[in-house]
Design a protein around this ligand. Sequence first.
Ligand SMILES: [Zn+2]
Length: 344
Amino acid sequence: VSVAEVTVGVDVGGTKIAAGAYSAGRLGEITLARTTHESTEALLEQIVWITHASASRLDRLDAVGVSVAGEVRHRDGIVVSASHLPISDCPLAERLAARLGVPVALDNDGNCAAIAEAHLDRSEPARDLVMVTLGTGVGGGVIAAGRVLRGRTGIGAELGHLVLDAAGPRCFGACPGRGCLEALCSGTALVRNANALGENEPTSQLGVILTRAGTLSAEDVVSAAQQGDPQARALLHNLGRWLGVALNSLINIFEPSEIAIGGGLSTASEWFLPAALEEARSRTGAMQWRAVKIGIARAGTRASIAGAALLGEVRLLGASASVNGCSAPLVERVLWPPRPGTVS
Ligand SMILES: [Zn+2]
């Protein structure tokens, strides 16, 4: 890729859509908007608009990568379903390519975040890495032997639905399961548990906030924990222990060299990560435990945008064809980023 080429990464989430132009190893300024829920057509228009808005700063556009929070078939560029977006069974990559006049690559947000995490601030890409994103839901991505693991059609590696407790609470969205990672460790699960606690104990700190505000948010729980509320801390500690159960399974299944924890909830990791590490360590063989690094994701909130932009660049290079329907190769020819500190 010559230095002048520009790919735009777009992250389409349930509440916000964000994009940035990537060129010569640098991700530029991020453009943000509230995601439209009006119609599929309106959402397409919004993606086209935010792509042009990002590319206009550099006056050039060569390819686009789009990250969507939902079930996405990377290979044929189709959004199968997305519970928080007005889009399903849509050949999004093809439709966007027709409007934008450049190649478009598509993947889910967990895979994009994993791709960014595997490339960011490293002399060479991580080859065996598991990414877990804790947000409203739980997403994730798996890089195995230098490739993104996507399953047969591309909707595999859904780490959020790894079952931790067969008789556990019902999962969210379209998942018919119980006791999934998402049902126990997502922001939504935290809110469910906090509301139950507040209802049962109206004089507790969370109970008082619940009575005043009508409902609790994940932020309420985190700020109560920061203020020293033992019950809020216990909720996050308990979330951490379930996360530790999941980490143990991820270590056993994938034998990664790294597991990165990202997503909005990861900013509150001081209240759950120690419990997660303790739980995982107690369940994992000593040799395996020593061989894996577990920590908070380095890519931060721009991970999905950066990963999408890298996918766009792969599409531009024509390097995405691969055997077994498994994946696009990682972007091993792209130096990421040539100057440190260009992406945070
Ligand atoms: Zn589930």
